[in-house]
Design a protein. Structure first.
Length: 309
C-alpha cells in the first residue's frame, strides 16, 4: 500500500479547534431561555379555560434537548489499517420526545446526531478522520410505577451514514459507514428537589438486535463495487452475534429560573465483524445541553351549553 506525507493537525491544535466550535454552540444554546413548568409526567395542564370562554386543549407535549458531547473515541477498521486509532470526537445531539396527553401511554422519540473526530495511531505517524450522521426513531410505552418516576420501554429504528478516511492511503483511502437496524430501547427518569431546585436523573439505553450494513469484502476495492459492478456480499445482515453494539446515556437535569441545564455521560459502542473485516467505533464523552419543555395547544370557542365547564 503506497503512502503519502499528508499532514494532520496535532492533538493540541485539534483541541483548540474543538473549543472554538463548542463556545459558539454553548452561547447559542444558553440564549434559548426556557420558563416552562418542569415535571416528570405533564409539563402543562391538558385544558385551560380563559375568562372570555376560549378553551385551550393541549394537543401535544414536547421535550426538546440540544446538546454537545466531547470525548475520546477509539476506531479500528481493518479495511483501512490493522492499527487502532484514537482521538477526540465532537458530537451534536438533537433529542425530541413527543406525547399526547389524556391517558395515551405512547410517546415518540426522535434523535439526530452528527459527529466528527480527528484520530492518530499509537506512534503518531498515521492519522484518520471520521464522521457520522445518525438518525433514530423510537416508540415507547410510558407508565409511572411510583411518584416522580417515569419508565419508558419500546422499540427503535436507527440508520446512519458516515465515513472513515485514512490520510496516508492512496489505494482505498476511505471506508463508508452505512447501516440500519432495529432493537429495544428503554428510558428511566426520576424527579426530585435539591436546595429548592427541581432536578431529574435520566438513563437511556438502546441495543440493536438485527439490521443490515454495507461492507466491502476482504481485498475488494470500491472501484470494483461501484465502477465494475462486482457485487460480493456487500449488503450484510447484522445481528448481536456479528455486530454487538450499545448506546447509553446517563444525565442529570437541574431547572433554574429561566432555563434547564443537562449534563451527563454518553457511551456509544458500535462494533461489527463481517466479510472477514473488523470495525469498531467506541466513544466515551461528556455531554452538556439545554432542555426545553413546551406544549402545542389548540384554541376553540366554547358553546353556550359548555360555558359553565
Amino acid at each position: 500500500m503506497m503512502t503519502s506525507d499528508t499532514s494532520f493537525p496535532s492533538t493540541r491544535l485539534l483541541r483548540l479547534m474543538t473549543l472554538a466550535v463548542i463556545l459558539p454552540l454553548c452561547t447559542h444554546l444558553w440564549a434559548q431561555k426556557d420558563s416552562s413548568i418542569y415535571e416528570v409526567v405533564d409539563a402543562f395542564p391538558e385544558t385551560q379555560i380563559s375568562p372570555n370562554h376560549i378553551r385551550y386543549d393541549t394537543r401535544e407535549i414536547r421535550e426538546d434537548v440540544n446538546a454537545i458531547a466531547i470525548g475520546q473515541v477509539n476506531v479500528l477498521d481493518t479495511y483501512l489499517s490493522p492499527a487502532e486509532y484514537t482521538g477526540t470526537e465532537l458530537r451534536y445531539i438533537s433529542h425530541s420526545t413527543r406525547r399526547i396527553p389524556g391517558g395515551n401511554p405512547i410517546s415518540r422519540q426522535l434523535v439526530q446526531q452528527g459527529s466528527i473526530a480527528g484520530l492518530e495511531d499509537r506512534v503518531g505517524k498515521g492519522s484518520e478522520i471520521s464522521g457520522l450522521y445518525d438518525l433514530s426513531f423510537a416508540l415507547h410505552y410510558n407508565w409511572v410505577p411510583f411518584a416522580n418516576c417515569l419508565l419508558q420501554v419500546g422499540g427503535q429504528f436507527e440508520t446512519g451514514l458516515g465515513v472513515i478516511y485514512n490520510t496516508r492511503n492512496t489505494n482505498n483511502p476511505a471506508q463508508m459507514r452505512l447501516f440500519a437496524n432495529i432493537g429495544p430501547s428503554a428510558v428511566g427518569q426520576y424527579a426530585f428537589q435539591v436546595f429548592h431546585k427541581r432536578c431529574k436523573v435520566r438513563y437511556e439505553v438502546s441495543v440493536p438486535l438485527v439490521g443490515v450494513m454495507f461492507s466491502p469484502n476482504y481485498g475488494q476495492s470500491y472501484y470494483e463495487i461501484f465502477s465494475l459492478g462486482n457485487y460480493d456480499h456487500n449488503c450484510v445482515l447484522t445481528t448481536v452475534g456479528n455486530a454487538p453494539s450499545l448506546r447509553h446515556t446517563l444525565s442529570f437535569d437541574v431547572a433554574f429560573r429561566s432555563f434547564i441545564l443537562r449534563v451527563g455521560y454518553l457511551g456509544d459502542y458500535q462494533q461489527a465483524k463481517v466479510n472477514n473485516l473488523k470495525q469498531h467505533v467506541n466513544t466515551n464523552a461528556f455531554m452538556i445541553g439545554f432542555v426545553k419543555n413546551l406544549s402545542i395547544m389548540k384554541k376553540r370557542k366554547l358553546k353556550i351549553e359548555d360555558s359553565n365547564l
